[in-house]
Ligand binder design. Structure first.
Ligand SMILES: Cc1cc2nc3c(=O)[nH]c(=O)nc-3n(C[C@H](O)[C@H](O)[C@H](O)COP(=O)(O)O)c2cc1C
Length: 382
């Protein structure tokens, strides 16, 4: 089923071009999405007991009905005692939780969209004493936090690694069973998987630490286990970033060669697409090329990619929009990159949180109707 935004004539030639290019369908492994607009994963904490309720289903469903081609859900905890620290973040295990999620998937499908849960383990970000399992320790590659604090948690044993790998695989199998269209593994922003990828938090001297390939081993084992637990045509997306939640300047890779060392084993393990998380999509990733992180990822792996970062944040999106410390960007830049196949999908976060109709407006060329972003929208789920 395909969402059909209202066929109002586009207001300007730029708006018509945006509607046409972003409105092109795209396929990922066995899945065809109606257009290039993805909803970026955004934690909302509106799921008491870890159970997404009807309000969560209608929150995602209305965005799909308004044209979002792919919904990537907020991060949802896998079934491991140390995976999270909030009782209001949805979990992707347990009967009631999965029943809630099945209704979310139904609502998105009814709207004509596709949906993947973002599978999440927060690792060393966890503070002890917090729900859902109060006495569970924070776990990570070396028991070190992103800021270098030592002794705040537990360095994972082989048994811990196996348990977490198994939890991701079970969650992915559940996703397919209850009607989702794929899964996204959260390997970004300084959470557990990224803590392994990044030398700043991974000080292991065993097979899971050391050079970039060794640091990628845990992530690759998760991908391989997930891949094995679902059908071959079920898409597996891997999200990663250079930046960390509390360290915007941190980098996994300083050069394309270093990045390739990390991405190649992940692609080989079965990643169908990468979601390269950046805060501003137009920033070149490495010297000597305009390619952004998603562009480099596609070039290095040959896999489709999703870009993200400050798309549509300005009400003036259609004429131009500006990010901190950056020159004005015209929508044409984003569209040119899509046309050059630098990346395949565009994820939109805050602008879609603010305006559930964002995709419908863009796909119908009604750019003049977009609402400017206001952080107050974080407080409600609508
Ligand atoms: C409220 C909020 C919650 C977020 N939660 C997540 C999350 O659960 N998982 C994740 O990978 N990124 C998360 N992000 C990052 C977004 O997915 C996205 O990468 C970021 O907001 C940049 O996109 P934007 O400029 O379009 O908002 C979150 C962002 C916001 C604003």
């Amino acid at each position: 089923m395909t969402a059909t935004p209202a066929a109002t004539p586009a207001t300007t030639p730029a708006a018509a071009r945006a509607a046409e290019i972003l409105g092109r369908p795209v396929s990922l492994n066995g899945l065809t999405m109606p257009n290039r607009i993805a909803m970026a994963p955004m934690t909302r904490m509106f799921s008491p007991g870890g159970i997404p309720g009807e309000d969560v289903a209608s929150y995602y469903g209305r965005r799909a009905a308004a044209g979002v081609g792919l919904v990537v859900t907020e991060g949802t905890y896998v079934g491991h005692d140390s995976a999270g620290q909030s009782d209001r973040v949805p979990r992707f295990h347990g009967e009631e939780q999965l029943a809630g999620w099945a209704k979310v998937a139904e609502a998105v499908h009814a709207g004509g969209g596709t949906i993947m849960p973002q599978l999440w383990h927060i690792g060393m970000v966890r503070e002890q004493g917090r729900p859902p399992v109060a006495d569970a320790p924070a776990v990570g590659p070396s028991g070190v936090r992103t800021d270098g604090t030592e002794g705040a948690g537990k360095a994972m044993t082989q048994r811990d690694l196996d348990d977490v790998i198994g939890a991701f695989a079970e969650a992915a199998a559940a996703a397919e069973r209850i009607g989702f269209d794929g899964v996204e593994i959260h390997g970004a922003h300084g959470y557990l998987i990224d803590q392994f990828l990044w030398a700043g938090t991974n000080r292991r001297t065993d097979a899971y630490g050391g050079d970039p390939v060794a640091r990628t081993r845990f992530a690759a084992e998760i991908v391989a286990a997930v891949r094995q637990s679902v059908s071959p045509e079920f898409p597996v997306v891997f999200r990663y970033s250079q930046w960390k939640q509390d360290a915007y300047d941190a980098r996994l890779a300083e050069t394309p060669e270093e990045l390739e060392a990390i991405l190649a084993p992940l692609a080989a393990a079965g990643v169908d697409a990468f979601h390269a998380s950046t805060r501003r999509y137009w920033v070149p990733e490495f010297d000597g090329s305009d390619l952004n992180l998603a562009g480099w990822t596609k070039k290095l792996t040959g896999r489709p990619t999703i870009t993200v970062g400050s798309v549509g944040l300005d009400g003036e999106f259609f004429k131009a929009f500006q990010g901190e410390g950056s020159a004005l960007r015209s929508i044409d830049d984003l569209l040119d990159r899509l046309e050059r196949d630098e990346f395949d999908l565009v994820a939109v976060g805050r602008a879609l949180l603010q305006d559930p109709e964002w995709a419908a407006k863009v796909l119908a060329g009604r750019l003049d109707e977009l609402k400017p972003y206001d952080a107050a929208s974080l407080k409600t789920l609508s």
